[in-house]
Design a protein around this ligand. Structure first.
Ligand code: ADP
Ligand code: ZN
Length: 369
């Protein structure tokens, strides 16, 4: 048996005790879900939301662990992919919850990537004004990013994540073992966010990523656990400071201004989120060099790490400069043509810069086209 020492708990302290919760990280958690869920839930009924792929790999095992502990599972299997994050699947979820007599004393469990977490989380936030919710993220991106922080949403035909709520789960259970079946492109997209944490606040994480590339890409448990723990600790610390995204939390947008623009102009069909963000981080690195004199050696190291993890350094699909540039200003947070850049003073130290000349932005964009 594995010792309890292999389990790390990160407390999310939201200054209101009844909303505090823990992120629990450890290999093999999958087989002990019942134990952790039992600590916070005394009822029997569980609404388990997942998608077809995750169902195929882990559905039976999760059902088995929970049923043998006496839980009654109602299963809601979404199609895999972004289309599930939409009002038809939300409505189906409400219908299903009502048909099966769920109420605020029951529990919703999200087993899957960001899509499942976002849909199930918004369902939980809104069903009867809020029903308890536990996340079991199964992609690296969800484990290090979307499952931590309490953002939930569905898409609208006019844009992504336009309908949503901040709603904190009761617990997040992270088992790196899920990553063994994850397609490599999905793994890399998560690694881009891990690198991002390093670039903005943690130089040691970057050195670890540089020194343990083989172990990480070979999905070795110890290395994966380490990068997930570090990422969650960083995100937790930032969210704790700034739950509703007023200050510090903006640093998490490093690489995302240009990343989001690239995703949008390619209609979310060409790049994964992490690939677009990787290019965005290269651009933000170059921009930092232009305005803040970030040393060339540092920019080179940033690029080297991105390349080492199989992520792109420049645009791949002949996107037009004008189109990408104009997209930068579409963001709901942009005011008066002034972009809010997250730049680096050095690797591991980000800051917010609202005074960057748009001419320099264009020059940097040219460089990554
Ligand atoms: P993300 O977490 O990257 O936002 P998704 O929820 O869309 O995105 O998941 C990405 C893809 O990976 C989906 O096709 C999903 O079904 C699949 N997936 C999720 N978790 C796993 C896993 N552990 N093993 C294999 N495939 C998975
Ligand atoms: Zn991101």
């Amino acid at each position: 048996m594995r010792s309890e020492k292999a389990i790390e708990k990160i407390k999310i302290d939201l200054r209101e005790e009844q909303r505090d919760y823990e992120i629990i990280i450890g290999a093999g958690l999958l087989n002990r879900l019942d134990k952790y869920i039992g600590q916070l839930y005394q009822g029997k009924k569980i609404f388990l939301v997942t998608d077809e792929n995750v169902m195929k790999f882990y559905g039976e095992q999760v059902k088995e662990v929970l049923s043998s502990a006496g839980y009654e599972i109602t299963l809601y299997v979404l199609p895999a992919g972004e289309e599930a994050k939409s009002s038809p699947y939300l409505k189906k979820g409400y219908d299903y919850l009502l048909e099966n007599n769920f109420n605020r004393d029951n529990l919703i469990l999200a087993l899957g990537g960001g899509v499942v977490g976002d849909l199930a989380g918004f369902l939980a936030a809104t069903f009867m004004r809020g029903i308890p919710f536990v996340q079991i993220p199964t992609t690296l991106l969800a484990q290090v990013d979307s499952s931590v922080g309490g953002k939930t949403a569905i898409n609208h035909p006019r844009g992504k994540n336009l309908i949503g709520a901040f709603y904190q789960p009761k617990m997040v259970l992270i088992d790196p073992g899920f990553l063994q079946t994850l397609p490599v492109r999905e793994l890399r997209t998560g690694l881009a966010e891990v690198l991002k944490y390093g670039f903005i606040v943690d130089r040691d994480l970057l050195d670890f990523m540089a020194g343990h590339r083989e172990e990480i890409l070979n999905l070795e448990t110890a290395a994966l656990t380490r990068i997930i723990q570090t990422s969650c600790r960083i995100k937790a610390a930032i969210v704790r400071e700034d739950e509703k995204e007023k200050g510090m939390r903006a640093l998490l947008n490093f690489g995302h201004t240009i990343g989001h623009a690239l995703e949008a102009v390619t209609e979310y069909k060409k790049y994964t989120h992490g690939e677009a963000v990787a290019i965005g981080m290269v651009a933000a690195g170059e921009l930092s060099r232009s305005v803040e004199n970030l040393e060339k050696a540092e920019v080179d190291y940033l690029k080297e790490l991105i390349r080492a993890y199989g992520l792109p350094l420049s645009c791949q699909y002949g996107e037009g400069l004008k189109e990408v540039y104009e997209r930068l200003f579409y963001d709901k947070k942009v005011q008066k043509n002034k972009l809010r850049w997250i730049l680096l003073k050095e690797l591991g130290a980000a800051y917010i810069d609202e005074g960057v000349d748009n001419k320099i932005v264009k020059e940097v964009l040219e460089g990554i086209m």
